[in-house]
Design a protein around this ligand. Sequence first.
Ligand SMILES: CC(C)(COP(=O)(O)OP(=O)(O)OC[C@H]1O[C@@H](n2cnc3c(N)ncnc32)[C@H](O)[C@@H]1OP(=O)(O)O)[C@@H](O)C(=O)NCCC(=O)NCCS
Length: 202
Amino acid sequence: MTNIVKKIFFLSILSFNICSLTIVSGNSHAEVSSPLVLEWITKGNLVLEENIFIRSFLEAYKDFSEDLLGIKQNKAEWLREAFKQEQEELNEGIPEIFFVSAKKDSKIVGFASFNRTKNPDEVYIRQLAVDSTYWHQGIGKKLVFSIGEKIEGIKKYVLVTRRINTIAKRFYEKLGFKECEYTHEGLDPKKYVGYELTITKK
Ligand SMILES: CC(C)(COP(=O)(O)OP(=O)(O)OC[C@H]1O[C@@H](n2cnc3c(N)ncnc32)[C@H](O)[C@@H]1OP(=O)(O)O)[C@@H](O)C(=O)NCCC(=O)NCCS
């Protein structure tokens, strides 16, 4: 009888310890976040970045219909095409295009692409997307300013975004960007707005 009681006692202590270990290791895993690694890419089949592009923009545009966006395809198809064009231009090897992927916890969590404009100290932000499960961790900001580390002498950043993309607008405004006249031929100013940021000091 005493032996049975001892065994039950021992087993309950053991199971308590196993549970505690699981909880502790679970917590410690969640708390330890790996650093962000940026990788400059010159060519490739960027399937993971494509998925992030599509999912993050679907999230940003979740409240807007195809009609409101002024597109004929469904949103996912439209985004796939946009990314395909981006990737094709990168793979053409145009030296003025820069593409950076951000990796965290051993997975791709975002990317940005840039090109120089006709002004030698100016860079245009072509695309930027962060996996929505990683939003608000400063990854977008790091991606935007990564180009300043890659090429010297950048004094000005410009971009164009959709007026309805309030997430992007708030993000750029938080980074210090101001609305401006910058645009591309053919873009409807009712739908698109330009932003710029001039770097005064490195
Ligand atoms: C825009 C985007 C890249 C921002 O990425 P992110 O990694 O979350 O950005 P950061 O964490 O660096 O944000 C920096 C600041 O911008 C502001 N910001 C970012 N996302 C915001 C949001 N959803 N709403 C309001 N402000 C936002 C915040 O002030 C934030 O700082 P905080 O988190 O300390 O408050 C991301 O939301 C995204 O992928 N959106 C969909 C794709 C897109 O619209 N790309 C831009 C096209 S021009």
